[in-house]
Unconditional design. Sequence first.
Length: 336
Amino acid sequence: MTARYDFASDNTAPAAPEAIEALAAANTGFTSGYGTDPVSARAADLVREMLDADAEVRFVASGTAANAIALSTLCRPFEAVLAHEHAHVCTDETGAPGFFGHGLGLVGLPGSSGRIDPEALEGPLNAPDVSYRQPVAALSLTNATEYGAVYSAEALKALIAPVKARGYGVHLDGARLANAAAAGFDLTRIAGLGVDILVIGGTKAGMPPTEAVAIFDRGLARRFDARLKQAGQLPSKGRFYAAPFIGMLGSGAFVRHAAHANAMARRLADLMPFPLRHPVEANAVFVDMDDERLSRLHASGWFAYRFIDGSVRFMCSWATTPEAVDSLAETLQGLA
């Protein structure tokens, strides 16, 4: 039996037609390289338009590279980044922030459904600088979170304000920023919240491998291309990283497809016979399921991951169909 990966991750979905059409359109003629081409310039303009902000914009191959390079820009090697203990930078990037940052540390903080508890910031922010502990220099936030929760702008501001008051940097991992936007998060608020560097997820939103890095603090953009080059993230044919953003942002598909993914998650949650572990606010459904039933689910042909907190995760994407949701739900109901 061939396993079905429809709900294993939003990474398993194909690229959206708007992204592929933009790639094909960019695949004509000769142009300058390394992100200096008109395609990259147009994509950057669309990102700035979406954010309603004057930011430096670059395009890289993966979220791991984008996050790690962003954090290494905000910290020196002996400093540390505060993040949720289950954030992608802490659990799923193989130490990349420390690698790109030549030793920068990560301090995990608690909070329900992937959102940092504001009280958890107090201890690390108020800790004295000592020679034997990496001092805090930045905060990393994620929206939507690893558990599909969506921060409001006000909730982000409450976390960012005490960090900025100390002169520290702020990074926002937006691997599923489109899903947060579709859930009501206003993207035009980000720049005014004090975020220094934003990662805008392209891959999970329905593009071929590409992520955008928006740098609001232009002082951080100095020699940023040299940092990208050293990290292997300044491709000679950069227009092929940028082009999908033209297709997705120019057509509105970026948020429109995310709204569909969110709706499919809500549909699955409504049909779900297993207890929900986290609120369904974006495109993820997390449930309590024992190993025996998870094994039977895999044997039936559907694949799903057991996540960090022990729950089983089902992810919806732009390509998830109502028929697939109903078919999976029928299988789950039989298992339950």
